[in-house]
Design a protein around this ligand. Structure first.
Ligand SMILES: O=P(O)(O)OP(=O)(O)OP(=O)(O)OC[C@H]1O[C@@H](n2cnc3c(O)ncnc32)[C@H](O)[C@@H]1O
Ligand SMILES: [Mg+2]
Length: 173
């Protein structure tokens, strides 16, 4: 059985990996690690967000030699024409040195959230205040709040992980 390491302790992200395995009937053990993202706590571009995902995926492989495959997931924001969008990236890293990343759906942040981030806050904290809920980032996520639950953070990352799994299948390793 292969062992998959996930570079987070956030259950909203870990659930995406579990669902991917379940839907694909893939027999694997999942271990989670609190690895550093190597980027800022609130990534401010696609480039930085993608790098955080890649750093996490690679860092997981360094945690334990038994781990066959590392997964990193990172959330951030990205400016498009002066408007701030939520963006999300994930990456996979295998023992052959192949790293594959993919990005997910993006959604415009309401100005009050964008302003909070421009003032130096983390989205997780602002989203809690905006939704009057606790721990939005470990549950449905901001995307869940902004879509009234139609797409949750877990579903969004699941979609990205399917892209990555498919790309590994396409290149056969
Ligand atoms: O424990 P980790 O894996 O770090 O999970 P996290 O919730 O902190 O998520 P990220 O580091 O990937 O995201 C960077 C920041 O953006 C926030 N964030 C990103 N996407 C979010 C979402 O959908 N809902 C709430 N916060 C989000 C998050 O709380 C952080 O402040
Ligand atoms: Mg974080």
């Amino acid at each position: 059985m292969i062992i998959i390491g996930v570079g987070t302790k956030n259950p909203a992200k870990i659930d995406a990996v579990r669902q991917l395995l379940q839907e694909g009937s893939i027999d694997a053990e999942v271990r989670s690690f609190d690895v550093p993202s190597g980027v800022s706590a609130m990534p401010m571009s696609d480039l930085e967000t993608r790098q955080g995902a890649i750093n996490r995926a690679k860092a997981v492989l360094g945690q334990n030699p038994e781990i066959n495959f590392g997964i990193g997931m990172e959330g951030g924001v990205s400016d498009i024409g002066g408007e701030m969008y939520l963006c999300n990236w994930a990456a996979g890293a295998n023992r052959d040195g192949r790293v594959i990343s993919a990005g997910g759906a993006r959604i415009l942040l309401p100005e009050v959230l964008a302003e909070g981030i421009r003032s130096g806050n983390e989205l997780g904290d602002i989203a809690d205040a905006y939704a009057d809920q606790k721990d939005v980032s470990t549950h449905g996520g901001t995307i869940g709040i902004l879509t009234e639950g139609r797409i949750t953070r877990t579903e969004m990352f699941l979609h990205i992980l399917k892209l990555i799994e498919g790309m590994y299948a396409h290149c056969k390793n």
